[in-house]
Ligand binder design. Structure first.
Ligand code: ATP
Length: 307
């Protein structure tokens, strides 16, 4: 029984939870370095990022050998471009992001950043160059200022305000009771999902990585919040290599390449315009469903504003 309460065990459990849910992994990794499940090779050099180009080369991976999660995945993201991952639940989208962050090592194939196999470089240097905007950001029980500043503790006060503005959260913070000194988190002001995601975006803007991993929120957002988030995302993904798990129309349309991931494989790929040509395809069907959902949402909002 006492084992259940040992801190290491607790952190271990928490770490696994983070790995699975892709929640605030950067914060976790900083705090519990010893819990990492992949090890650096002795004398591993730092990753040298020149462009931030990402290549998946025949990548296979299995959490359980009887049931491969990814089979032979290949794609590349040139410098500054955006690749969107879409597809049914359990298809393997999050696993692709986890492998690029090197939560796990690939089972077969390779992942390269600017030509360097990510298994052969220092994890710390890999993660320093990758910004993560998770679906659900866990805030520290501290001020909103601290929560943004955390993205780069060397950043100036002014940089924090600039990042908050670019992330479309500054004006909202100005309405908080103590401005930037307002305490947030479990024991402070509770922020909405859309607000928390913008805090994560502000943090990432401060971190200024070459590569961004983004897990879009699935939860329904009202049209204004949606617009603010899109604006904020456009600000961070511009000129950065981006891999995004997309749930919403706008991201999909603008992506340089869309991969439909199904049963651990790339079922279809192309740009939005290319993919909607195939009226028999998975993407076409998803797109039609999204259009119907969007129409319903707008109708609902009009109804609410009329009452
Ligand atoms: P969703 O859209 O629901 O988030 P996804 O496309 O991101 O799904 P993954 O989370 O990558 O899918 O899961 C791919 C497969 O791997 C699924 O069959 C899933 O059950 C399995 N899987 C995911 N995480 C683990 C884990 N930690 N241990 C064992 N199996 C896992």
């Amino acid at each position: 029984i006492s084992q259940l309460y040992s801190p290491l065990n607790f952190f271990g459990t928490y770490y696994r939870m983070i790995q699975q849910n892709f929640v605030d992994m950067e914060k976790m990794l900083d705090l519990f370095k010893e819990q990492q499940s992949v090890q650096d090779v002795p004398g591993a050099p730092d990753l040298k990022v020149t462009e931030g180009a990402v290549v998946f080369e025949n990548v296979g991976f299995a959490y359980d050998p009887r049931n491969p999660a990814l089979k032979n995945i290949s794609f590349s993201i040139p410098k500054g471009k955006t690749v969107a991952l879409v597809g049914p639940s359990g298809g393997g989208k999050s696993t692709i992001l986890r492998l690029l962050f090197r939560f796990y090592d690939v089972g077969s194939g390779r992942i390269l950043i600017d030509g360097q196999d990510i298994r052969l470089v220092k994890q710390e240097s890999l993660r320093r160059n990758i910004g993560v905007v998770p679906q659900d950001t866990v805030l520290f029980n501290d001020t909103i200022f601290y929560n943004i500043h955390y993205g780069n503790i060397k950043a100036s006060e002014d940089d924090v305000y600039k990042a908050a503005k670019a992330a479309q959260i500054h004006d909202r913070i100005k309405t908080f009771p103590d401005d930037y000194q307002t305490r947030v988190g479990e024991r402070g002001l509770r922020l909405s999902g859309g607000e928390k995601q913008r805090v994560a975006i502000a943090r990432t803007i401060l971190k200024d990585p070459a590569i961004i991993l983004l897990d879009e929120a699935t939860s329904a957002l009202d049209t204004t919040t949606e617009r603010q988030i899109q604006h904020a995302l456009a600000n961070i993904t511009k000129d950065r290599t981006t891999l995004v798990i997309a749930h919403r129309l706008s991201t999909i349309i603008n992506a340089d390449l869309i991969l439909c991931i199904k049963d651990g494989q790339v079922a279809e790929q192309g740009t939005h315009d290319e993919l909607i040509q195939n009226t028999e395809g998975v993407y076409y069907e998803m797109w039609q469903k999204q259009l119907r959902d969007e129409t319903d949402k707008i109708a609902e909002e009009i109804e609410v504003s009329n009452t």
